[in-house]
Design a protein around this ligand. Structure first.
Ligand SMILES: Nc1ncnc2c1ncn2[C@@H]1O[C@H](COP(=O)(O)OP(=O)(O)O)[C@@H](O)[C@H]1O
Ligand SMILES: O=C(O)C1=C[C@@H](OP(=O)(O)O)[C@@H](O)[C@H](O)C1
Ligand SMILES: [Mg+2]
Length: 182
């Protein structure tokens, strides 16, 4: 079993953070959390409702609060899937850079579009042109994901189980190298 620190997954909508996070936690024997789910549980309402009533700002305030609490309260036994916009606040990026092994799950805009098209629970994509929205968000956020990432894993044309295997290998390699270096 890998003795990894807390692992936090970042990346765009549809990268597979929620799906891969759950599988990765199982593979590593860690607890799985999803910041979106914790936000919903705390609010007693779903994300579309929060965006509707409190705007994106309200959602981002809740997101930062949840990130802070999750990182403080959980030791090394956590895999945390975040929402795609977690990197928008410098305050969040600072927490991510300092407190965890952060994995950027990369997906092309085409894959993001394909994977998000089956669901309507992402308020930012309830526009006439979700592809243009994903493209715009990616241009802003891709450098921010890279800024906080310890590891980057490609997910296009890879089955979730395959992504998890790659991820376990990459984490193992990273931790072995860290040990050798110190
Ligand atoms: N590697 C993958 N290959 C194919 N489909 C995937 C992959 N990862 C996730 N999916 C599917 O894409 C959709 C969005 O995945 P999700 O885990 O909710 O992404 P995120 O949390 O990053 O927005 C889900 O229907 C999921 O089953
Ligand atoms: O990219 C974003 O700003 C968002 C991504 C969503 O999570 P997923 O990335 O898990 O879809 C969710 O946090 C919210 O709808 C906003
Ligand atoms: Mg998710």
């Amino acid at each position: 079993m890998i003795k990894a620190p807390k692992i936090i997954l970042v990346g765009p909508m549809g990268a597979g953070k929620t799906t891969i996070g759950r599988l990765l936690a199982q593979a590593l024997g860690k607890e799985f959390y999803d910041s979106d789910k914790v936000i919903e549980e705390n609010a007693g309402a779903d994300i579309p409702w929060i965006f509707d009533k409190e705007g994106e700002d309200g959602f981002r305030r809740r997101e930062t609060q949840v990130l802070k609490t999750m990182v403080q309260e959980n030791a090394s036994d956590m895999v945390l899937a975040t929402g795609g916009g977690i990197v928008m606040r410098e305050e969040n990026r600072s927490i991510l850079r300092n407190d965890a092994l952060v994995v950027y799950l990369y997906a092309s805009v085409a894959q993001q579009l394909h994977r998000t098209s089956k669901s309507s629970h992402r308020p930012l994509l309830q526009t006439g042109d979700p592809k243009a929205t994903l493209k715009k968000l990616f241009a802003v956020r891709d450098p921010l994901y890279r800024e906080v990432a310890t590891l980057i894993v490609e997910t296009d044309s890879r089955h979730p189980k395959h992504v998890v295997n790659k991820l376990v290998d990459a984490i193992q390699r990273h931790l072995t190298m860290e040990k050798t270096e110190s």
